[in-house]
Design a protein. Structure first.
Length: 176
């Protein structure tokens, strides 16, 4: 998996160059994340791909981009909810609220999560649609999933048709 993720990161940086001065975070050890995601945020920092898909890191300068804060809020929201559509799309993956780790979000409030069962390097990625709570699941890492979405190798049916653009960019603060 590490070689594939290293390759995915290399391809991603070629497709979408990282910022010269990434918004780096400081890990505090409050939450476990796969090494591939650590490598992703070491290169890009927190921020947004193609003005739509945001990535989080532990210790981010903003709570809105802090993976531990967003995960805590997601788990609180997920507990006790009847989310049958998402559970149906997540198929055989058995999990509860405490197994979810939110590593990103879209401008449409779609959630990018891992189901944190077993080895962190093997956590599946799920993109859960805001509102109707449909989901797309992939065995790929956050880095590989971003690459797949930006190259259209994976098409998420509830993402806008104009995402991604032909020349995606990354920005630490696209609206600032």
């Amino acid at each position: 998996m590490e070689n594939a993720d290293g390759s995915a990161l290399s391809l991603l940086t070629t497709l979408c160059p990282p910022p010269a001065n990434p918004a780096l975070a400081r890990a505090t050890g409050r939450i476990t994340v796969p090494t591939s995601h650590k490598a992703l945020v070491e290169i890009y920092g927190t921020g947004c791909f193609d003005e739509f898909l945001w990535i989080f890191a532990e210790g981010a300068s903003s709570d809105q981009l802090d993976i531990a804060e967003r995960t805590r809020d997601l788990r609180d929201m997920w507990r006790g909810k009847q989310l049958s559509a998402a559970h149906e799309d997540l198929g055989e993956l058995s999990f509860d609220a405490d197994d979810l780790v939110q590593w990103g979000v879209t401008d449409n409030a779609d959630l990018l999560v891992w189901i944190s069962r077993g080895n962190p390097e093997e956590w599946p990625t799920a993109i859960i649609q805001a509102g109707s709570l449909r989901a797309v699941v992939s065995p790929r890492s956050s880095t590989a999933m971003i690459l797949d979405v930006l190259t259209r190798a994976t098409v998420v049916p509830f993402f806008p048709p104009d995402f991604p653009c032909d020349r995606p960019e990354f920005s630490s603060n696209p609206y600032g």
